[in-house]
Design a protein around this ligand. Structure first.
Ligand code: AHG
Ligand code: MN
Ligand code: MN
Length: 330
């Protein structure tokens, strides 16, 4: 596709997305792009507008909400308020999924982490928005159980990364494409066509401050990647931003693996399956990478609850496969 391709033009020209129509794709991604633009502005101006710091409440998974978490959720909800094809939204910041449209056209469900990496809000470090779209398989009153589908059922997934620039990355099962926000004209413009994750990489990304709590498999894997062995490119380098979206984005472009394992106190780790891990796993696989719970493909896990957590290792396929071998040996 030619340079200077806007997201809107790309969506018009991009025919290949499973069984759904190009019009549906536009109806779903335009609100995401709008939310991305508004949030890029909100994040940019937050320090000047008194929008840093805590909001004062806890969210459904017990995290203290930042003001920008609440703003992020409101922005995504507002962006989808006039989108008739989305029946409901499950969000990290909502106790229960909410109904968005009761129209007969409302054939989709949105899962979102409106603001990923909220510990970064007050220190001018990267943030993200994660989104995943599932099909709705019935009409009538929306039930939270309709969201409990494995990530393999996602028809569209991606993220917006608010970093040194704002980048929207999405997949609908026909490759992974990235669009950088040109703030001057207010458009996302194609900058990363067909992102391919290197098969192996030399970056590991984890909160190693927790390593004493991790099981033998994780610790042995970390011992392995930090061991000096020139021919295999070890030791690997540590990069950890505190925002999964930013750390995964680095892995997709440069190779490497992000991991957030479980530990005895939280066997399922920290990250949430439905609206954090599954959409990013979908992107990683579409880019030729992999995502695992440590014991199997993450996209095969059927959520038992909207806010269910899962351990995750995600990034270059060879790194993830090696991690699984260490986990199997324990
Ligand atoms: P969120 O801000 O949506 O709660 O997600 C934060 C996540 C993830 O982005 C990040 O990698 C991880 O939590 C950081 O957790 P630790 O502070 O435990 O490292
Ligand atoms: Mn998050
Ligand atoms: Mn969040």
């Amino acid at each position: 596709m030619a340079a200077g391709t806007t997201l809107t033009r790309h969506l018009i020209e991009e025919g290949g997305w499973r069984n759904d129509g190009a019009q549906d794709l536009r109806s779903l991604l335009e609100p995401i792009a709008l939310a991305g633009k508004v949030l890029a502005r909100e994040v940019d101006q937050a320090a000047l507008a008194g929008k840093l710091g805590l909001a004062g409440d806890q969210n459904a998974t017990g995290d203290m909400q930042k003001k920008l978490d609440v703003i992020g959720n409101d922005v995504v909800m507002d962006a989808f308020s006039s989108c008739s094809v989305v029946a409901g939204i499950a969000s990290e910041e909502l106790e229960e999924p909410v109904v968005m449209s009761t129209s007969d056209d409302a054939r989709y469900l949105l899962c979102t982490d409106p603001l990923d990496g909220s510990s970064n809000t007050d220190v001018n470090a990267p943030l993200g928005t994660i989104f995943g779209i599932l099909r709705r398989h019935r009409g009538g009153e929306l039930s939270g159980e309709e969201f409990l589908q494995p990530g393999s059922e996602l028809v569209c997934a991606g993220y917006v990364l608010y970093g040194t620039s704002t980048l929207l990355v999405y997949t609908v099962g026909a490759g992974v494409h990235g669009f950088t926000l040109d703030r001057g004209v207010g458009e996302f413009v194609l900058s990363h066509h067909d992102i391919r994750c290197p098969e192996a990489g030399k970056i590991y990304s984890a909160n190693v401050g927790r390593h004493k709590e991790w099981g033998a498999g994780v610790r042995k894997y970390l011992d392995h990647v930090t061991e000096k062995d020139k021919p295999t490119g070890r030791p690997h380098s540590l990069r950890y931003t505190g925002a999964l979206v930013a750390d995964l984005h680095r892995c997709l472009l440069d190779g490497g693996m992000y991991l957030y394992p479980g530990d005895p106190g939280s066997p399922d780790g920290k990250l949430r399956l439905l609206y954090e891990c599954a959409p990013l796993a979908c992107v990683a696989e579409q880019a030729g990478g992999a995502a695992s719970t440590g014991h199997g493909r993450l996209l095969d896990v059927v959520p038992g609850a909207v806010h269910q957590r899962t351990p995750i290792a995600i990034g270059s396929a060879e790194n993830v496969a090696l991690y699984e071998r260490f986990m199997a040996e324990g």
